[in-house]
Write a new protein. Structure first.
Length: 295
C-alpha cells in the first residue's frame, strides 16, 4: 500500500544539561535525527513475483528514494535507472520508514553480491556481509576510457569551505556527514547530500546522479566531509568517480582500492594543503597558481 509521507524531519530540539565546572544550565540543543530505513525490492522471477527485504540502514530522514537507489546501485544490484519500473515509500500507515523499488519485468537482479543480514548501522557500509569476497563490487564503468583530467590545486583548496557553507544540517547540529560533488573544471558545487552515516550521504548523492542520468561521474571531484574509508572508495568507484578528496584521513584499504581502481585519492584537504595518496592515470593536479608572480 502506498502512503503519503510527511515532510522528513532531519533535526530535533532536545533538552540538554550543560555542566561547566560547578555550574549546570539547561538549554535546548539541536540534534541530527537518526531513524531506520528499510529497503525492499520487487521483481518477477520464473517461480513468480518476489518481494524481498535487502537492508535496514540507520539514516537521517530525507532523500530516502535517492538513498535506496544509490544503495542498490553501489551494491551492484542495479546498474541503470532504466531497470527501475517504480520506486516509492510503502508500508503500513504506522511504518513509514520503508522504500520499495520495483524492477522492470525483464530485469532480474543478481543478489549473490548482496548477501547481508539486513541490518546496517549509520557508521558501517559493509556490516552484515556474509563473506569477505562479498564486500567487493565491480563497477559497470571499470573499462571506460580515461581521458586527460586536469585541475588546479587552487580549485581544490576552495572546496572544503564551499562544502561547509552548503551543509545546513551540520551548521545546526555539528554532528552529520556530507558528500559533495564538484565540477572538475571550476570547482562549482553540483550536488550535496548529508546524513548521520557517511556511506548514506554518498549513496544519496549517487542515487540523485543515477536518477538524473549523470553517471559516470568521471568529470567530477567527490569531497568527503570526514575520513575516506574502503566502502566510500568502493561506492565512488561504482559511480565512475576518478578523484576523491577527504577532509580527514584515508584508511590503508581505501588507498589500496584507489590504486586498484585508478582513483586519485587526496586526504587532509584543508587550509590550502593536502596529502596525495594516489594519482590516477591521465590525471594532473597543477600546483602552480595562475596569478602567481613569475618574475
Amino acid at each position: 500500500m502506498t502512503v503519503n509521507i510527511p515532510e522528513p524531519v532531519s533535526v530535533r530540539q532536545m533538552p540538554v544539561t550543560k555542566v561547566n565546572g560547578r555550574e549546570a544550565t539547561t538549554f535546548s540543543d539541536t540534534l541530527s535525527v537518526e531513524e531506520p530505513l528499510e529497503i525492499g525490492i520487487c521483481y518477477e522471477a520464473p517461480e513468480g513475483p518476489v518481494n524481498k527485504n535487502i537492508s535496514v540502514t540507520m539514516r537521517t530522514p530525507g532523500n530516502d528514494i535517492e538513498l535506496a537507489l544509490g544503495f542498490l546501485f553501489t551494491e551492484g544490484i542495479l546498474s541503470s535507472y532504466g531497470q527501475v519500473k517504480r520506486v516509492q515509500h510503502a508500508g503500513m500507515e504506522e511504518v513509514l520508514n520503508r522504500v520499495e523499488v520495483t524492477f522492470m519485468e525483464n530485469y532480474r537482479p543478481q543478489l549473490a553480491q548482496a548477501d547481508r543480514n539486513f541490518y546496517t548501522t549509520s557508521s558501517c557500509g559493509v556490516c552484515g556481509k556474509g563473506s569477505i569476497a562479498s564486500i567487493k563490487t565491480v563497477s559497470p564503468f571499470r573499462d571506460m576510457d580515461r581521458p586527460l583530467a586536469a585541475l588546479s590545486a587552487s580549485v581544490l583548496y576552495e572546496l572544503p569551505q564551499k562544502l561547509r557553507a552548503a551543509q545546513n544540517n551540520f551548521s545546526a547540529t555539528g554532528g552529520i556527514h556530507a558528500s559533495g560533488l564538484f565540477s572538475m573544471d571550476d570547482g562549482s558545487l553540483l550536488l550535496l547530500r548529508e546524513d548521520v552515516g557517511r556511506h548514506n550521504a554518498l549513496d544519496k548523492l549517487i542515487g540523485a546522479a543515477l536518477m538524473d542520468h549523470l553517471l559516470p561521474l568521471n568529470r567530477h571531484v567527490l569531497l568527503l566531509s570526514g575520513r575516506a574509508s574502503f566502502e566510500l572508495l568502493q561506492k565512488a568507484s561504482m559511480a565512475g568517480i576518478r578523484l576523491v578528496a577527504a577532509i580527514g584521513a584515508p584508511s590503508s584499504l581505501a588507498v589500496d582500492l584507489a590504486r586498484e581502481s585508478g582513483i586519485t585519492l587526496l586526504g587532509f584537504l584543508r587550509e590550502s594543503r593536502f596529502n596525495m595518496y594516489h594519482l590516477g592515470e591521465n590525471t594532473v593536479i597543477n600546483t602552480t597558481y595562475e596569478d602567481q608572480d613569475q618574475s
